[in-house]
Ligand binder design. Structure first.
Ligand code: ZN
Length: 151
């Protein structure tokens, strides 16, 4: 299977079966975001205990890129510390920013750092869709700011 085809399958799988979908009753932190250029919406509930993201729940609607990115974000964030998630966020942004052909992740183990998120790197070719992929991460950053302020 060609890599681009594999990436498309990963994106569609997250879009059709979003991980951690729903609301957290009594969640500590909540953030919402919108991407008006595409009509994407995303909202996020986080429970953070002692600097660790112990529960994540997301809701959203919009294109497959935005919703798949949100599902991947929720999946990779749960069980990680706020610091770890911020590091993943910056690696993800780096991946979406770089020139074609460069690789910000360890080339020896490309799946080790970003996992399924690497499937989104094809979106780089479509600058208008990068906003779609970024939406859940901007929403996450808002919720993490809230969490850090509350510490
Ligand atoms: Zn979109």
């Amino acid at each position: 299977m060609a890599l681009e085809e594999l990436y498309r399958e990963v994106i569609l799988d997250h879009y059709r079966n979003p991980r951690h979908k729903g609301r957290l009753p009594g969640a500590h932190f909540h953030a919402e975001g919108q991407n008006p250029s595409c009509g994407d919406e995303f909202s996020l509930d986080l429970d953070v205990e002692a600097g660790e993201i112990v529960q994540v729940a997301t809701q959203g609607q919009g294109c497959s890129i935005s919703q798949a990115s949100g599902s991947m974000m929720a999946d990779i964030s749960k069980g990680k510390t706020v610091d770890q998630v911020e590091e993943i966020t910056s690696k993800f942004k780096l991946m979406m920013d770089i020139e074609e052909g460069e690789n910000p992740v360890d080339p020896a183990r490309p799946g080790a750092v970003l996992g399924d998120l690497e499937a989104l790197q094809g979106v780089r070719k479509f600058p208008v869709r990068i906003k779609c992929a970024d939406l859940p991460w901007a929403t996450l950053a808002d919720a993490l700011e809230e969490a850090k302020a509350a510490q």
